[in-house]
Design a binder for this molecule. Sequence first.
Ligand SMILES: Nc1ncnc2c1ncn2[C@@H]1O[C@H](COP(=O)(O)OP(=O)(O)OP(=O)(O)O)[C@@H](O)[C@H]1O
Ligand SMILES: [Mg+2]
Length: 257
Amino acid sequence: MTLLTVNGVERSFYGVRALAGVDLEVPAGRITGLIGPNGAGKTTLFNCITGVIPPDKGRIVFDGRDITGLRPDQITQTGLVRTFQIARGLPRLSVLENLLLYGTRQPGEKALTAAFNPGAARQREEELIARAVAVARRLNLMHVIRNPASDLSGGQKKLLEIGRALMTEPKLILLDEPVAGVNPTLAKEIGTHLRTLINDGITILLIEHHMDMVARLCDHVIVLAEGRHLAEGTFEDVASNEVVQLAYMGRRKVKVT
Ligand SMILES: Nc1ncnc2c1ncn2[C@@H]1O[C@H](COP(=O)(O)OP(=O)(O)OP(=O)(O)O)[C@@H](O)[C@H]1O
Ligand SMILES: [Mg+2]
């Protein structure tokens, strides 16, 4: 089953074509890798899919619904969430507070409901805390749950970023370089966490430059170059594809650890 379909998506910045008509499909229940040389348009594609920037042209259908042009918060509510290439989050807040911020249906969101039905609001808050603790536990962040996010190591910050995505109860997570700058041991651990998400029925689209990670984790790989879909297949298929090799030449940022 196809969970996400991108059709003819174009986006330019000041006359520079970052996306020149991208077509691709992301199957449900798998880890699909999205690779390509620097500047290929991978992050821009994530931005267009998640409503951070509107595409100039094209259509994006998620889980049977046209989400083109929706706001990021509306898209998150459909079950599609992304992480950023540079981990965000609020550094002074604790890990727990950072997770709670991203829980869906916050009790404070609807002030009237909270005022007239404090019991329901409290119950929802307790559910959210339970969910945050479960997310922290599955990502091995329990021992730092009360620490400010600024105290976390680079790898733990990446895990928190994934945790915040999980708080929205997503069907599809778009991950933008989740192990960039992370030491190899933690990168492996993050990879293992991603596999367990698949077992829980979550689908992943993963931008990654570490080819060993792509080879190990991705069931399917899509190559983007110069704002276009260039090739797709198993990692072995695309790695041995001459057109793909040419696209990478001279603009290599493939890190093998
Ligand atoms: N907000 C922006 N304003 C102007 N140009 C942009 C903007 N965002 C992206 N671009 C340009 O669009 C092109 C694609 O960039 P993008 O960041 O999507 O590439 P990428 O594949 O994610 O690269 P990397 O692997 O280095 O992260 C580049 O030429 C980039 O300079
Ligand atoms: Mg990028």
